[in-house]
Design a protein. Structure first.
Length: 27
């Protein structure tokens, strides 16, 4: 995870994360 994990998690909370990034983040 690391930085990207934190970043994707923040974006997920905001609901601004594209489906592609969500899959990459492992939801």
């Amino acid at each position: 995870m690391g930085k990207k994990g934190l970043l994707t998690d923040q974006l997920k909370q905001l609901g601004q994360l594209p489906p592609e990034e969500r899959r990459e983040a492992g939801q």
